[in-house]
Design a protein around this ligand. Structure first.
Ligand code: ATP
Ligand code: MG
Length: 425
């Protein structure tokens, strides 16, 4: 036998059964964001490497070690998108969507990062993201957070996620804080682990993210970001909190929440869960007022978030919040004899026309009555329609109930339509 080729590590197939859950999730996401007036944007999976280097930041995990970067046949350096925000801004700039306008956009699709695969962390994964442009005030920050809170409600997982919130202030305030933090870390450098030492100069705010308890203990006495916030950012944050309070969205201010990407300023937030073990962040976002200009557009304020769909689906499965999944077939059509087998798909077409949304599976591959009924049983269908030579001659079909103790009946095609209509209601 020929050797089988395997999927690339960290890149998963999604099989029937699970695809149904994904479809439901995607439908809920689409419907919910539409109820806020957001519109979909689609952009390529492959972009110039420079786009990510310039936006995400050279000294971030993504750019340092996670990108799938390669030279194409023309020698251009391309990268499989590791995230959507930079691409959305590139597309918005290029197509003139951002300057002097307001946009409320969403996207969904695969992202690629070369990470160590584990539960909730893959090399190809999927994000659903929202990006808004042109609005600087905290009302829009509150809106996107409210939207995420509604999504958890729709999915039935509100009690399993909690919101963490912080403000990074203006770029100037953050730079000031950075200096104060570095000065502090330098005084205690012997207590830092290797990771923190490396980050101390390249990306010191990330030291606050450290999972090492000793580093965390040291940070208790570190200067606080909140002590360095500029007045405008303070007022912006207070306004956001007031709006969340008014809407009844609970949150915890986490001063150590800084997010891994360079482009954030002011609001940053994460929705975290204890239900997934180590990969606890299901949704993360924030404000990035500088990015549009940084990528060559006119200065435009922006705020958005991205949600990891694998983590969301895992949560729904583990918490048994998947809900009712629709049957793949309502009706299975079996045919006895050559003539009936030719007519069966014709009748099935008519049924699909007459009964909106009806899922009709027609037997294929021949075989006797027993075999066909076995297939009908194995399918999801509630009823089998049996078409034999006698039925065909009289314009009738036999209805056999597959999941209920009910006598089978032979009825006209018109009657079967009514009967099936009731089935789909
Ligand atoms: P983490 O700290 O878990 O690495 P991150 O800060 O790198 O997350 P973001 O870039 O903010 O993640 O992406 C937003 C969301 O996308 C994350 O909160 C998570 O739900 C999801 N996500 C990120 N990387 C992966 C991955 N490799 N596999 C699956 N989901 C991911
Ligand atoms: Mg990461």
């Amino acid at each position: 036998m020929a050797k089988q080729i395997q999927a690339v590590r960290g890149m998963n197939d999604c099989l029937p059964g699970t695809t149904q859950i994904w479809q439901k999730v995607e439908e809920t996401l689409r419907k919910t964001v539409a109820s806020y007036g957001y519109q979909e944007i689609r952009f390529p999976i492959v972009e110039s490497t420079d786009l990510f280097k310039r936006s995400i930041g050279e000294v971030t995990d993504i750019v340092e070690k996670e990108m799938y970067t390669f030279d194409d046949r023309s020698g251009d350096s391309l990268t499989l998108r590791p995230e959507g925000t930079a691409v959305c801004v590139r597309a918005g700039n290029e197509n003139g969507l951002l300057y002097n306008q307001e946009q409320r956009l969403w996207y969904m699709g695969p992202m690629f990062r070369h990470e160590r695969p584990q539960k909730g962390r893959y090399r190809q994964f999927h994000q659903f993201g929202v990006e808004t442009f042109g609005i600087a005030s905290a009302d829009i920050d509150a809106e996107v957070i409210l939207m995420t809170a509604r999504l958890w409600k729709e999915f039935g997982i509100s009690q399993y996620v909690r919101l963490e919130l912080n403000s990074l202030g203006s770029n100037e305030a953050r730079a000031q804080y950075r200096d104060a933090l570095v000065a502090f870390l330098e005084q205690h450098v012997e207590q830092l682990d290797e990771d923190s030492k490396r980050r101390m100069h390249s990306n010191p705010l990330r030291v606050l993210d450290s999972k090492n308890p000793e580093v965390q203990a040291l940070l208790v006495d570190a200067p606080k970001l909140s002590e360095h916030l500029d007045d405008e950012s303070k007022a912006h944050f207070a306004n956001l909190c007031e709006r969340l309070d008014a809407a009844g969205v609970e949150y915890q201010v986490n001063e150590k929440l800084v997010r891994g990407l360079d482009y954030y300023n002011r609001t940053v937030f994460e929705w975290v869960t204890e239900s997934l073990g180590a990969q606890g962040t299901v949704c993360a976002g924030g404000r990035y007022d500088g990015l549009v200009e940084q990528l060559g557009g006119k200065a435009t304020p922006a705020v958005g978030f991205a949600m990891g769909l694998e983590r969301l689906v895992l949560m729904l499965q583990e918490l048994e919040c998947v809900g009712q999944i629709r049957r793949s077939a309502d009706v299975y059509v079996a045919a006895m004899g050559d003539k009936a087998s030719i007519q069966a798909p014709v009748i099935a077409e008519q049924l699909r026309t007459d009964v909106s949304g009806l899922r009709v599976m027609v037997h294929a591959g021949g075989g006797n009555f027993k075999k066909q009924l076995k297939r009908a049983d194995k399918s999801d269908a509630l009823v089998a329609l049996i078409l034999g030579e006698d039925e065909l001659a009289e314009g009738k079909v036999t209805v056999k109930y597959l999941r209920e103790q009910k006598e089978q009946i032979t009825v006209s095609l018109a009657e079967v339509t009514t009967l099936l209509q009731a089935l789909t209601e």
